[in-house]
Design a protein around this ligand. Structure first.
Ligand SMILES: Cc1cc2nc3c(=O)[nH]c(=O)nc-3n(C[C@H](O)[C@H](O)[C@H](O)COP(=O)(O)OP(=O)(O)OC[C@H]3O[C@@H](n4cnc5c(N)ncnc54)[C@H](O)[C@@H]3O)c2cc1C
Length: 503
């Protein structure tokens, strides 16, 4: 193991160097809170965009919006940028912001425990311990690959890998390949693998709704305008933002408002697939929006190819040489690509963060499922801020907008703590419960609850603890400044501050 030196103590410790960790570092630095450390178990910034290098990987929210508001990129080559461009953008943004001196890569956080007496976080890493007043987790909502629980999967003798851990050393050219899953990653992967493989089987459990992808290269004149007339780029971003926000009523108020979207998706099937049986097999049986709406122009044509089969029978087992479906059919393959998603409703970091009384986040959430105040702070866990925490996910717009809203809230907290001599902040249980009751009440009428699908948004308690059931501007407004009156706070002298004195 190479030796990596970590400071003994910092004011703010940040886990993860994706959009969340990087954005936090840049904004803290900009506002004079430079005493921070960001660690990531990977070898560079990027998170999602460092790890998901599969062929066809690209964002599905246009890059003008899927980027930091404070770091516009005039050089996007097209409306939906491919992964290498997004990764290069994040690396460049980090370099230009001058914050990388406080990043340590190849460092895994193994545990973090709150010390109530010293009022400090003890953060254990594989390179030693660091003490911090404030702990920010930006460890990702879609970061830990989830392998399917299929009998015999370990016995497969060919090549097998998860979409987020693509093996670029393995050449799929001329091979018999299986892709398991038809989610957001799979529909980007299938058209690319179909170009190389001799034969491709796509295993579908539930057909997703797939809308056309309005992707195109930017014209030279547009790129010129982005570079020299920043207002033009801002106008693009604003237009995309409001266009996306128009989806919210269809998701959260009345699914009938999504009928035009459904028509487009049905036309996409008709346009892309000629075989009536295959059309039937890819037509979803739940309301559009219930599961994540996907976008692609080439997924259906790829499925329609002669050397590609869509398999809708459930998988019974995997043998050393192939996949056996419930009807007993054996399909031999050389390679299996597992595109079955990530741990979403049980965040891996939750097992490792211990709050007051030594309870982990996982313990706190065992009975009820994930819950936080404003998706960011958690009762029983002083000075902990979680970016992309419970009920902050989006089905329609850019997660970077949510991440920036949370960063602004954290920055406001640090500012107020500094100005008022406050050592610790922790949301009251009452504030947290009221927030979650409101979120779950709103959730009841959303298409995610009523649309007739089983999705990764829903946890084992049957609650949707991943998505935000309102507009993104409502979220931003609610997190605009840190609402100290909803928190139990202690002064640097350890004297609790009465609630009436903190607002
Ligand atoms: C293939 C794919 C495509 C996507 N496309 C879009 C899109 O188009 N639009 C959109 O809005 N969202 C998209 N998302 C969601 C995306 O995850 C978020 O937009 C965003 O990248 C999340 O950033 P993050 O920093 O919160 O997490 P991540 O980017 O996941 O970064 C988390 C980081 O934390 C590190 N980490 C985790 N645990 C530890 C630990 N214990 N110790 C040290 N480091 C740790 C990880 O190594 C990782 O680098 C996509 C996700 C995937 C997987």
């Amino acid at each position: 193991m190479t030796s990596i030196s970590l400071p003994e103590r910092v004011r703010v410790f940040v886990v993860g160097a994706g959009f969340a960790g990087l954005g936090t570092a840049i904004k803290l630095d900009e506002h004079g809170f430079g005493d921070f450390l960001v660690v990531d178990k990977g070898q560079s910034v990027g998170g999602t965009w460092r790890d998901n290098t599969y062929p066809g990987a690209a964002c599905d929210v246009p890059s003008q919006l899927y980027s930091f508001s404070f770091a516009p990129n005039p050089d996007w080559s097209r409306s939906f940028s491919p992964q290498p461009e997004i990764q290069a953008y994040l690396e460049r943004t980090a370099r230009e912001a001058g914050v990388l001196d406080r990043f340590r890569f190849g460092v895994t956080v193994e545990d973090a425990a709150w010390d109530e007496e010293e009022r400090v976080w003890h953060i254990g890493t594989d390179h030693g311990e660091v003490l911090a007043d404030i702990l920010v987790t930006g460890s990702g909502g879609l970061s830990e690959p989830k392998l399917p629980d299929i009998a015999g999967i370990d016995s497969f003798a060919g090549e097998i890998f998860h979409s987020a851990r693509w093996n670029h050393d393995y050449d799929l050219t001329g091979k018999r390949v299986a892709v398991i899953g038809t989610g957001a990653s799979a529909i980007q992967i299938v058209p690319e693998v179909a170009k190389q493989a001799a034969h491709l089987d796509v295993y579908q459990r539930t057909a997703p709704w797939v809308m056309p992808r309005g992707d195109r290269p930017y014209k030279a004149i547009e790129r010129f305008a982005f570079r020299h007339l920043p207002l033009v780029q801002k106008a693009y971003r604003t237009g995309i933002y409001w266009g996306r926000e128009c989806f919210v009523p269809g998701f959260t108020i009345n699914p009938r408002l999504a009928v035009p979207a459904k028509k487009l998706a049905l036309q996409n099937i008709e346009r892309g697939i000629s075989d009536p049986e295959l059309r039937k097999a890819v037509t979803p049986h739940f309301q559009i929006g219930c599961k994540r709406i996907l976008i692609s122009n080439d997924y259906y044509p790829a499925l329609d190819s002669d050397h590609v089969d869509l398999v809708t029978d459930g998988i019974r087992e995997i043998t050393p040489t192939g996949i056996v479906t419930a009807d007993g059919t054996v399909r031999e393959v050389d390679a299996i690509v597992v595109a079955t998603g990530f741990y979403t409703t049980e965040q891996p970091i939750a097992e490792h963060v211990k709050g007051r009384d030594g309870r982990t986040l996982a313990d706190a959430w065992r009975e009820t499922g994930m819950a936080a105040y404003k998706g960011t702070t958690i009762a029983g866990f002083p000075n902990l801020f979680q970016i992309v925490g419970p009920n902050t996910g989006l089905g329609h717009s850019s997660m970077v907008f949510i991440i920036e809203s949370q960063i602004a809230y954290i920055r406001s907290a640090l500012q107020q703590m500094g100005e008022r001599g406050i050592a610790t902040v922790e949301p009251t249980q009452q504030a947290q419960d009221a927030w979650n009751d409101d979120v779950q009440r709103r959730m009841k009428r959303t298409v995610w609850s009523t649309g007739g699908c089983a999705s990764w948004y829903i946890d084992s308690h049957g609650r949707n603890t991943t998505l935000w059931p309102r507009t993104t501007f409502a979220f931003r407004g609610l997190l605009r400044s840190f609402d100290l009156d909803q928190y139990v706070v202690t002064r640097r002298t350890a004297t609790p501050i009465p609630q009436e004195n903190v607002a």
